[in-house]
Design a protein around this ligand. Structure first.
Ligand code: FAD
Length: 478
């Protein structure tokens, strides 16, 4: 092959966007015929297969991205298989000599990327990677002693003090035409053949009603949020019945929205003076960064207790019926049930309710947090390899900077406080809709035949959890 036949290749992964996509922009600037590929990799060692809701999202996100690439003169090639092998095959099919991607931070993914980089170097090819999905890459934020952070507040303080957040890149105006050696485009898979969408039964109706996957949908969410709820975020974020949060999480998860873009738009809109509530929102983005910081330092966060002493905690094995009652929103506690049904219907759950529903599972039912983490992994559209386990471990008390074990969310107190009129409960637990604002939080007192009795008593199950924790502490002391 003559050097004039050399082409380039962009490998998109969790960065399904044209805006602020350094890998894509750099490849576009090079000007060589360009292959843009997404690889569905369910085979590389340790890569966690996507859950059902995330697969639904991925399908629609890829469809949207494909349309955007075509509008710029390119196209999206779809391939399936172990990623490193697939890249090597594509290199020989397209004559690619330059490879571009944005970095990932999970161990299995880093291992694959490192293997591709080493192969490229061995073969005289050039592979370049970029920072795109985290504002602060994990290895750049270190404690005074040079290690990773274990506590959020100093982590975030160091992030903000030590690093400038770069401006986002504008999307490329146009893209080089696809690499087509000898006039032939490489063959790709048909998106439908991946069967990412649920069929028989198709449970995705509520997801489709709620979300607009893809870059346009992400931008709409950001604009709506900054134009309204952002300035009252400190209060609004606690009210599950209100649209008080950004709902950007799945867009950030799939990289349809760059955190650099969010940062920039905040600065632009509030250039005169940043409201305190917007600062709180920014620190929530910081929690996302912190979770990745934790995962980078603890690659097995989804399967191993961050605090090893929890290996001896006496989790109880749940009966199938109890587990299903939690999963399906039939625990008899309206806030937990509303949350679990919101999750099932829409693929998302409000953060305050996530904490209450998770606490109920790991504390009132004493189930191992990994059971809940897996269910969320399968059902959340924003299921994230770092944020999901980190938050489950936070609730369980086994994690970094975790909520103390003795903090047990009381779902009745929580719903009285944050859903006082019962609007959220009524929306997701319609059997309770006729109860007034006082009765709806404790429906067993009113007696609603269609609604289940409480699965466990709150005071007793709380005591049981505290005793189990005390035994763990005693065993450490002894
Ligand atoms: P906003 O309040 O608008 O926050 C803006 C962004 O900040 C979010 O989109 C998200 O990217 C980030 N963020 C906010 N809170 C957190 C947090 N506690 N940890 C990490 N990032 C945060 N979030 C996920 O993105 N994926 C998950 O798989 C996930 N699993 C969770 C499991 C449990 C048990 C709990 C308690 C929380 C979990 N979260 C997870 C965190 C949080 O609930 C969601 O990020 C948030 O509800 C998303 O809604 P939003 O985009 O409107 O958030």
């Amino acid at each position: 092959m003559s050097s004039s036949d050399v082409t380039s290749l962009v490998w998109l992964r969790d960065d399904l966007r044209l805006d602020d996509n350094p890998a894509l922009s750099e490849a576009a600037a090079l000007g060589l015929p360009l292959t843009v590929v997404y690889i569905l990799d369910e085979e590389s060692e340790g890569v966690r297969a996507l859950g059902g809701a995330a697969r639904w999202w991925l399908h629609h996100s890829l469809a949207a991205l494909s349309g955007s690439l075509e509008a710029k003169g390119s196209r999206l090639l779809l391939r399936r298989g172990p990623a490193a092998d697939t890249i090597r095959e594509l290199a020989s099919e397209t004559g690619a000599g330059y490879f571009f991607w944005n970095r990932r931070y999970g161990l299995p993914e880093r291992t694959v990327d490192a293997a591709v980089k080493a192969w490229a170097a061995d073969n005289g090819l050039e592979a370049s990677s970029y920072q795109a999905n985290l504002l602060f890459e994990p290895w750049t934020v270190r404690t005074g002693a040079g290690g990773p952070y274990k506590v959020f507040t100093p982590f975030w303080r160091t992030c903000l003090a030590g690093h400038e957040v770069r401006d986002p890149l504008e999307p490329p105006r146009s893209l080089p035409s696809p690499a087509a050696p000898k006039g032939r485009l490489p063959q790709g898979d048909d998106l439908d053949s991946w069967q990412l969408l649920p069929a028989s039964p198709d449970w995705s109706g509520g997801l489709a009603d709620t979300w607009e996957p893809g870059e346009d949908g992400a931008l709409h969410r950001l604009e709506d949020f900054l134009a309204g709820p952002a300035e009252d975020y400190g209060t609004g974020r606690n009210i599950p019945g209100a649209e008080g949060t950004s709902r950007l999480s799945p867009h950030l998860r799939f990289g349809e929205m760059s955190p650099f873009r969010v940062w920039r738009e905040i600065r632009r809109r509030f250039s005169h003076k940043m409201p305190a509530d917007v600062g709180i929102f920014r620190s929530e983005l910081g929690w996302r960064e912190f979770c990745w910081h934790l995962l980078y330092a603890n690659p097995h966060l989804a399967t191993r207790n961050y605090r090893a002493e929890f290996d001896r905690f006496e989790w109880q094995s749940l009966g199938k019926e109890e587990l299903q009652a939690w999963q399906q929103g039939r625990t008899g506690y309206p806030l937990v049930d509303a949350g679990m049904r919101q999750l099932w219907q829409t693929g998302w759950m409000h953060n305050r309710v996530r904490m209450a529903a998770a606490s109920f599972l790991v504390k009132n039912l004493l189930a191992d947090w990994r059971i809940g983490e897996e269910w969320f992994w399968d059902t959340l559209v924003d299921a994230d390899a770092a944020s999901n386990p980190a938050n489950w471990q936070w609730v369980a008390g086994s994690g970094a900077d975790a909520s103390p074990y003795y903090r047990i969310f009381n779902p009745v107190t929580q719903s009285r406080k944050f859903d006082a009129a019962g609007a959220y409960l009524r929306e997701f637990v319609p059997e309770l809709a006729s109860l007034d604002a006082k009765a709806i939080h404790e429906p067993w007192k009113a007696g609603v035949p269609e609604y289940p009795a409480p699965l466990v008593e709150l005071p007793e199950s709380r005591e049981r959890a505290l005793e189990a924790y005390q035994r763990l502490k005693d065993s450490q002391a002894g």
